[in-house]
Design a binder for this molecule. Structure first.
Ligand code: XMP
Length: 513
């Protein structure tokens, strides 16, 4: 349901920075979308793109197994910028010559601009660029001139200004390229003639208008988890169609302290909608009775969640629309690997066949995560929800080791709340990517007053990470750790010891189960 008019296409040949290219274009308030190199020429023609960027890729253009594209794409009259492999592909398409260098050129390289009045290099002096290539353009195609070089790369950039075809061997999208932002800006505005009017405020306006047109006077049902994406989708749909929206919120009793109430209060007091909360903590705990195996626990929680969720949705479904908080990275097809292996990656949920809606709406399907957060802030969603740290689907279920009981959930919720409170007060919250308490299935001996105790152990975990694939344990100051430990022991019943998890990932995972 894209409502965007001015668009740049990022044609993906399997390079690692493709999402970054799209983000960088969007930083200039121009919408960019990624399509795999398997997208057809007709599909591309139909979209009226203002410009096309060919991405990098891991391959050599002379290897016919590597991704290529119909040469006619260069004849559409749409400006093209080729990056790295994309620049070599343009060379190949126009019968220039690409060769393999003896040594790869990798890292920060000094580039000399040869054509000072190139539109692409407006306000760009000789400067450092990021290179990562073994093949290089040894002979430029007819009609192209070299516009920049480096010591080891005779053609760091080339252009055919008449046809508006530009190529750079380096990566303007990475921050190591000093003037990368300016180079992309020059391409987007001075070559492609974009206006740059894609802003989150206008996104909200056009999307709510389109949602209103699509939904008409029908109902729309959304599964709300309290996570960032579904919360922002709920707020946007509420702005568009008010109480035609029903949000179904399943509280399986494994959320953090007071979190279910907070989600309910936020959406019932700030937004117009019908809010349906299903409390099923007791049922979940009874299903989990006696189960200690982590995988089995996860499976039971997942299965039970979707049973409850779909049953409620079934009650609410009377035709109309089903909404999902799917965001852009969930939907992009990647140009990596073999064409026949390309799949759509997404976390859309498969709906049981007997539930019938007219159609699905995904109002955030054009946005990256940070853009979703911006929209959430503009729509007035509280910061706690918009900047919420990741929280696993099975909730505290993966943080209570061994059997899950109501008592244990209560102990963990209290300890976790203390930890979060102390981190917020210490002012280091923004330095941490994720932090939480864990209740291992361990009791230890302690002494309180004159009494021997034999009580729960609480572990606290805090990590820093960029991508959650690898993570380091956070260096929380000792005095903060000390306050956390003393408060947990004083305020949480039946806890007599606190430990701090100093394991990085790998070898540990962030969650304990
Ligand atoms: P691990 O523990 O694998 O976690 O290092 C990496 C990130 O993923 C989150 N996580 C989950 N998120 N459903 C989710 O939506 C899950 O089942 C799940 N398990 C782990 C975890 O909190 C961390 O941010």
């Amino acid at each position: 349901m894209s409502t965007v008019k001015e668009k740049i296409l990022v044609l993906d040949f399997g390079g690692q920075y493709n999402q970054l290219i799209a983000r960088r274009v969007r930083d200039h308030n121009v919408y960019a979308e990624i399509k795999p190199y398997t997208a057809s020429l007709d599909e591309i023609k139909a979209e009226n793109y203002k410009g096309i960027i060919f991405t990098g890729g891991p391959n050599s253009v002379y290897d016919m197994e590597s991704p290529h594209y119909d040469k006619a794409i260069l004849e559409l009259g749409i400006p093209v910028l080729g990056i790295c492999y994309g620049s070599q592909l343009i060379t190949w398409m126009r019968d220039g010559k690409v060769e393999t260098a003896e040594k790869p050129e990798y890292g920060k390289i000094e580039m000399t601009v040869d054509k000072k009045n190139s539109v692409l290099f407006k306000d760009v002096p000789d400067s450092v660029v990021w290179m990562s290539h073994t093949d290089y353009i040894s002979v430029t195609p007819n009609g192209f001139e070299i516009t920049a070089h480096s010591d080891n790369c005779p053609c760091a950039a080339m252009e055919n200004a008449d046809e508006k075809i530009y190529a750079v061997q380096f990566h303007p999208e990475v921050t190591h390229t000093e003037y990368g932002k300016q180079i992309l800006k020059n391409f987007i505005f001075d070559v492609c003639g974009c206006k740059g009017d894609w802003k989150m405020e206008s996104f909200i306006e056009t999307t709510t208008k389109a949602l209103r047109e699509k939904i008409g006077d029908k109902k729309v049902v959304l599964g709300l988890s309290g996570g960032v994406d579904s919360s922002v989708a709920a707020a946007l749909l509420s702005k568009a169609v008010g109480n035609q929206l029903t949000c179904v919120f399943v509280d399986q009793g494994l959320m953090r302290k007071d979190e279910g109430d907070f989600v309910e209060k936020t959406f019932t007091s700030l937004f117009d909608m019908k809010f349906v909360r299903v409390n099923c903590g007791e049922e979940f705990v009874s299903k989990l009775k006696g189960v200690t195996d982590p995988e089995e626990k996860r499976k039971i929680i997942g299965t039970e969640f979707y049973n409850v969720f779909w049953n409620k949705i079934r009650e609410e479904a009377e035709g109309g629309f089903f909404a999902q908080g799917t965001i852009y990275p969930d939907c992009i097809e990647s140009g990596k690997g073999d064409a026949d292996k390309i799949k759509t990656h997404h976390n859309k949920v498969k709906m049981p066949d007997d539930i019938k809606f007219d159609d699905v709406v995904e109002p955030l399907c054009d946005l990256f995560k940070d853009e979703v957060r911006k929209v959430g802030e503009l729509l007035g969603i509280p910061k706690e929800l918009v900047w919420r740290q990741p929280f696993p689907g099975p909730g505290l279920g993966v943080r209570i080791i061994g059997e899950i009981t109501m008592d244990k959930i209560k102990v963990l919720q209290e300890a976790d709340a203390v930890f979060r409170d102390e981190i917020a007060k210490s002012g280091i919250e923004h330095e941490l990517s994720q932090f939480f308490a864990v209740l291992p299935d361990v009791k230890t001996v302690g002494v309180m007053g004159d009494h021997r105790t034999y009580d729960h152990l609480i572990a606290i975990r805090a990590v820093t990470t960029d991508d959650f694939m690898t993570a380091d344990f956070a260096r929380i100051p000792y005095d903060v750790l000390s306050r956390v430990a003393s408060r947990i022991i004083n305020e949480c019943p039946n806890v007599n010891r606190v430990v701090y998890d100093i394991t990085s990932k790998p070898p540990g995972t962030i969650e304990w189960e």
